[in-house]
Design a protein around this ligand. Structure first.
Ligand code: HEC
Ligand code: HEC
Ligand code: HEC
Ligand code: HEC
Length: 190
């Protein structure tokens, strides 16, 4: 009897251990996708040959999205809502920076709030897809970008921010607006 009970206990214990290992692994995989910040992408997406996505982004509206919260216009909008400092208010930051509300532990050392709406706001956290091999395989259609967290943004991504909750909302026509922020990879000469 005693033997049987301890055998049963041992089985329960081992099963429990196994389950918690599986749970930890699952958690670990989800945790693996982190935001490295624009600096991570800049390294490979800066040259003319690559399409200079970094430079186009830097010169465009999204790179200024955090800075604009310190403008007199932002202060006025905020004041009317009883918000003292728009650059620290959740009500403004949620659309003006990357991954607002995401735990700091999922943001890398190079991640900067001051980069505003960075690459990963639209393309997803880069930790799993930013390796050159993976990037090339996804582009060639040999790997599924979604598995590595890469998003090829559709209208849904944009209207998460470009909607009537924005105090300065301008009607959003995806087809027109997407052209204004275009940053294509140049066609390869052959
Ligand atoms: C180690 C270099 C490297 C880094 C770092 C890198 N990329 Fe890439 N990426 C590439 C290369 C190479 C390609 C393939 C482009 C080509 O065919 O010319 C690519 C392709 C892409 C594509 C196109 C995918 C497709 O299906 O067409 C996107 C989007 C992209 N990168 C976004 C990013 C973002 C966002 C980051 C930062 C989180 C990033 N990349 C970091 C090298 C890199
Ligand atoms: C995380 C929030 C967020 C997402 C996602 C986002 N945007 Fe924006 N966008 C902004 C903010 C904030 C500004 C204003 C920045 C400024 O004025 O400095 C802006 C400005 C713009 C502008 C400049 C013209 C204007 O309306 O003032 C264009 C064009 C634009 N976005 C297009 C897009 C497109 C296309 C997408 C989707 C592919 C997109 N945005 C996704 C937050 C976002
Ligand atoms: C739902 C997302 C969202 C929220 C919340 C939000 N913004 Fe914006 N903000 C945008 C977008 C998108 C733009 C680009 C213009 C537009 O709305 O189409 C923008 C543009 C701006 C601009 C630039 C002026 C302009 O006309 O382009 C200022 C200033 C600004 N926002 C201030 C604020 C302040 C202050 C708050 C907080 C009280 C705030 N925003 C909250 C999305 C948002
Ligand atoms: C406001 C949203 C937004 C931001 C911010 C953004 N992108 Fe994109 N990106 C897009 C959209 C939309 C496309 C086109 C998707 C498609 O073709 O289906 C795209 C396409 C790309 C492509 C593929 C181009 C091609 O010709 O296939 C690359 C590479 C890329 N982005 C890199 C970057 C990098 C690097 C950054 C930051 C420096 C960045 N993107 C920031 C929305 C964004």
């Amino acid at each position: 009897m005693l033997k049987q009970t301890s055998l049963l206990l041992a089985v329960v214990f081992v099963t429990g251990l196994f389950c918690s290992v599986v749970a930890q692994e699952k958690e670990g995989n989800e945790k693996a996708m982190t935001y490295g910040g624009v600096a991570t992408c800049k390294a490979c997406h800066m040259t003319k040959k690559s399409g200079a996505q970094y430079k186009l982004w830097k010169a465009g509206p999204h790179a200024k999205a955090f800075a604009v919260l310190k403008s007199p216009e932002a202060m006025e909008i905020a004041k009317a809502k009883g918000i003292e400092d728009p650059a620290t208010a959740d009500a403004c930051l949620k659309c003006h920076v990357t991954a607002h509300g995401v735990s700091a532990s999922l943001k890398g050392k190079k991640f900067k709030v001051s980069d505003g709406v960075g690459c990963e706001s639209c393309h997803g956290p880069g930790s799993a897809y930013k390796g050159k091999k993976v990037m090339v395989a996804i582009t060639a259609g040999e790997a599924d970008g979604a598995k590595y967290g890469l998003v090829m943004p559709t209208e849904e991504v944009c209207i998460a921010c470009h909607n009537e909750e924005s105090p300065t909302y301008k009607e959003f026509d995806f087809k027109k607006r997407v052209v204004e922020i275009a940053h294509p990879v140049p066609k390869k000469e052959s």
